[in-house]
Design a protein around this ligand. Sequence first.
Ligand code: KG4
Ligand code: ZN
Length: 345
Amino acid sequence: MKILAIETSCDETAISLNEAKGGLKKPSFNILENLVASQIKIHQPFGGVVPNLAKREHLRNLPILYGKIKEKDLKNLDLIAVTVGPGLEPALWAGIEFSKDVYKKLKNKNKKLKILGISHLEGHLYSNLLQVKNKNTELKDLFPAIGLIVSGGHTTLLLMKDLGHWKKLGETRDDAVGEAFDKVARLLNLPYPGGPEIEKLAKLGDGKAINFPRPMIEQKNFDFSFSGLKTSILYFLRDNKQAKKEDIAASFQEAAFDVLIKKTLRACEEFGVKSIFVSGGVAANKTLKKHFKKLIKEKFEKKEAPKLMVTKFPTDNAAMIGVAAYFSFLRNKNRKLRANGNLSI
Ligand code: KG4
Ligand code: ZN
């Protein structure tokens, strides 16, 4: 199947072209195009994403990116997939309207063409499958799995029985972890988006220098909370003007990751899973992966350890929407072509 995917839920305009095969048992993907136009520079002066500016930029960038795809590659297209939520509604609408126009235009010459609305979160969750290259890896070898989505809008832990069946185990009760990175970065006078900036600064600091709180780490549930951690950094900065920013960044990162990883591994143990899918923008953080590996080794010293799969497509992209679309198509799942800012997984 050939799938054109369009993603405009936040501040990245993204279009991809994927080939998908193998069905639900042995899916594999070939990325023909994976184009992203980032708007970071536009939003940076505002310290965060401005929805109407995002929409304006999507409207400008979509035809430019689409124009980069070769016409011959669009022949035999089977599916157009577009993100319908969650995200910023004005931004989502830009992608939806554009996709509908492309669909109408191509459908004239291609009667089999279909269009599907896709969840951005399912995209993140399935993004790990873009890198399952081993032809012998059958999905049954990976499931049941724990899914951890860590992005600017979400921190969600899921138990995945198989590709289409999952249960939400927990989520953040206030700020998402990426949002906490962005807010702490602002406190440290670092530019937006804060995640990569904090990661860079933290490399120069000592993560054990300051013992910031680890909210909800001892609680038996699988929920998270990050706004108290951010506030404790605000007070720490107020009371410790001489403290090194590098140590604050490293100690914040350490505290946030400690909670994320320990709760995720507790879920792995409780549900006896075979793998962990980590996705979303925060999964770009190399220290997160390093800590995960270390703590898996410690916790599963004498037991079979779950396979850690950190996505190679962490920040927003359209290739992951193409993957989610393949599964939606195979499972006959469809969503309305209407923006839903709060669409839940
Ligand atoms: O998945 P994503 O691109 O967009 C949403 O769906 O939200 O995630 C963006 C978030 C931002 O909060 C950004 O600061 C964070 O991911 N992020 C990182 C890193 N790269 C991006 N957080 C920590 N470390 C990184 N290297
Ligand atoms: Zn995202």
